[in-house]
Each structure stands twice: as C-alpha cells, then as structure tokens.
Design a protein around this ligand. Sequence first.
Ligand code: BES
Ligand code: MN
Ligand code: ZN
Length: 498
Amino acid sequence: MEFSIKSGNPQKQRSECLILGVYEARKLTASAKLVDEASDGYLTTLLKRGDIEGKLASTLLLQQVPGIAAERVLLVGLGKERELTEAGYRKAVQASIKALASTPARNVYSCLAEVAIKKQDLDWKVAQLVEAAQDSSYRYISPVGKPKSTDKGVTHLVIHAAGAGAGKLAEAGLKQGLAVAAGVSLTKDLGNLPPNICTPTYLAEQAIAMAKHYGMEVEVLERADMEKLGMGSFLGVAQGSVQPPKLIVLQHKKGKKSQKPVVLVGKGITFDTGGISLKPGAEMDEMKYDMCGAASVLGTFKTLGELDLAINAVGIIPTCENMPDADAIRPGDVLTSMSGQTIEVLNTDAEGRLILCDALTYAERFEPAAVVDIATLTGACVIALGHHATGLFSNKDALAKELLQAGEAALDRAWHMPLWDDYQPQLDSNFADMANIGGRAGGSITAACFLARYAKKYDWAHLDIAGTAWKSGKEKGGTGRPVPMLTSFLKRRADKSA
Ligand code: BES
Ligand code: MN
Ligand code: ZN
C-alpha cells in the first residue's frame, strides 16, 4: 500500500472513497462536518434516521453523496467522543480498511487522523494509521505454487492532515509507521513460511541479506564454532536434526561509540516436534511458528535499518530444529552449557530454554546496556495470559517498566509476571545443576527462572510471546508481535540518549 499526506478540503478531494469518522450521539468529526455542509446535510439526515449510530468500528458505505468530489464515502463509528482511546482509534482504522477490502475503491482519502485522542499527537495517530492499514492489508505470498489473486482492497491511502505544522508532523509519523510496518511484515512472512523452507540456514541467509542492505555487521557461527565455545546445551537440541544449527549475530551500530548496546536474543526453533518427548499431532504444524522470537529480532532490525535509528543494537539468534532421531537428546541426558552449568534434560520439548541459555551467555561479550530475549517459550504462558498480552519477566524493575510503557504506547502490550526466587527450587535436579523443567505449576515462570540463571551479569528481560506471536484457526498467521513494542522501546532509548 502507498501512502501520502494532504491538507486540502475533504469535500473537494477526488478519490474513490473518502473515509470520515462519526461519533455516537450524532456528533460529526471536523471533516465530516465539511462534507455534511457540502452535501446539504446528507450525513445529518442519515444519522437522524439511525442508519449509522457511531458505535466504535461500525462502518457504513455511501455511494454518490451529493456535492462532493469523492465517488464514495465510508462512515466509521468512533464511539463516544470523550471516550475514544488509543486502542479504539486503532480498531476504527482497522475497520475502515477491512470495510473497503471487498469494494472496488483503491485510491482512498482518510480523515481519521484528525480525531482527538488524549496525550497523543498527530505523528502518533498517523503512524498508527499506517501500521494498522498495513497490518489489515497484509497478504502472505507463497514462494511455491500459483499466487492467489489479491486484486481487491486499498492500494493508495491519502492521509488528511490540515492545520499549521501538521504536514511535518504527519510526515514524521508516516516515516515511523512505514518503518514499523516493514518490520512487522517481515516478521509475519518469516513466521508464515513453511518449515521446509524457513530453516536455520534460510534465516541466516535473510540476516546476511538484510545486513548488506542496511550496512549492518553480521556473523554466522557454525556448529564447529559453537563446539569451540562450549555451547553444549544449544548443540544438544540441534543434534537430532539434519539441518545444521546457526548462531546469527547482527549488529546495528548507529549510536555513539561509547554507548553500550541493547542486545535482543530471539528463539529460532524452525520446527518444534518436541523431540523424543514428542508433541501430540493436533495442530503440530503451528510449531513452525517456534522461530517467531528470531523473526521478531530480524523484523526489529529491519525497522532500525529503515529508520537509521541512532542506537547500538545487537541481535543474537540461536536457530535449529527440535527433531526426534537416533541422535537426538534423551530425557535423562545431562548437557553442559557454555556457562559451565550442567542441565538434566527431563523433557526434550523444553528446548527453547536450552538454546537460549547459551545465547544469553554469549551476549555477555557485548557488555550490554540491557538484554531482552524474545521466545515462544511456554504453552503455560498462553494459559496464564491468553492471546492479548505478552508475558514479561525481568531481573530489573526499571527495565520491566520501560518495556511495559513502550508496549502501551505501541498498542502491543505485555504484562509483568513474577520472577521470585521462591520458584527456583522447582528446577532442582539430583543429577545436574538444574533440570530443564519445573513441573506444571507456574510453567512460564519456572522457564523464566531457568533463563535468569544465565542472565545474572546484566539487566535482562524475557518476553514470552507464545500467546501473541501468531493466531490459530481461520485467521491462522503470524502477528508480527512484539516488533511494535521492541521498536518503541529502542526508539525511546535513542531519543533519550540524543
Ligand atoms: N514451543 C513450545 C511452547 C509453545 C507451545 C508455544 C504451544 C506455543 C504453543 C515449547 O518449546 C514447549 O514445548 N514448551 C513446553 C514446556 C514443557 C515441556 C515444560 C510446553 O509449554 O508444553
Ligand atoms: Mn518445545
Ligand atoms: Zn519450542
């Protein structure tokens, strides 16, 4: 989809559809008022007759509205004027794009960014509009087979921004929104790809291509390199697969030389069968999404590259498959991690923490300002928080707060979970320093407690995205989360150090 900013009179815009907001209680937005006047009160008449009541995210498509240049008008409900929230605004924008998906309108003019939302400026509203529009119009393009026809829906969205200084602010929002949307889209694509294509080698190739495109540094460690480093835990998971494991290290160095980097670590299991502790068959295909942490690191780096953001950031992606095999690790095996700590594998399906722990130890060499890992780590997190909030764990309250606020601002929210030492004894083992599982109680917390043992040397946060990284059922597909949260977090850090 293409975007542009315009400041003209809405009623005079030649477009295939003019998108106007209406509140409940027959209250019109500024642009809707202008159209109402130009059309001799046509909108007021419809509101009086009850054709649209202004309920949040409801829509009504009008043809041949008199007195205006646009071919159609789409009215979008905004709810009660005083109660319009950030999330409500986003819903309304999404509804406007969805409503046009089945119409012939392609070049449209949206006046939704003019509405007032407490504490949010025009740049935020434009960025959200762009992100929401791109999100709703995302189509997965298969690298195999015949392409599915995608000849409907909006292709060009003009965003109305009138008033002094509005143009500049709107342009800034447009740039920001496009950059985030590009990252989200890449993360969705990588997640949606079939696991026979999106292998560890494929992810490494994508990282190398991206680094070249944006002038980032990239290094891919092979099995032999990891053996030298003593990454026995990561390599234990990888040993059951014919796909060679990779440790991808990406560096975006656009901050001051003296600035310590933020390190993002993403779980990159390109397919999780469970290993010898084999998963049940139902919906196992969805375990192709077990590399969404890795995909979100790559997506976030894409956004950093697009924005040329003034920050130092390192992305570390441990990636392999978790397969059952004659060579695969067994329940009862003891692995020695890079940190020297030994791990009794009681369940080969708790493999995410086994690859992440070595990546977390590897992160120490960058002397990080903070480390954030992102992982589809536990089914237990889905039970705890459902599909709305990402689970957030941290050994530093200030860092947790920073991420929570970044998520709020980006409408990509997390919820702070406990990481108390009270849970640690659940990981006790008679045969190693720790077991890799902690029983059914508090499963997402004991998984985080396991990782915490490898993240003692720096400020660290863990995002469990098992419930938020993709959708199941009819709408099956990657969501691109938590790229908006992560990019908002990094942008705020960059702004602060500027
Ligand atoms: N990738 C899964 C977690 C997962 C499961 C995410 C379902 C989303 C939906 C992870 O590797 C896993 O299998 N975790 C186990 C841990 C258990 C064996 C302690 C789980 O959650 O069942
Ligand atoms: Mn697993
Ligand atoms: Zn997994």
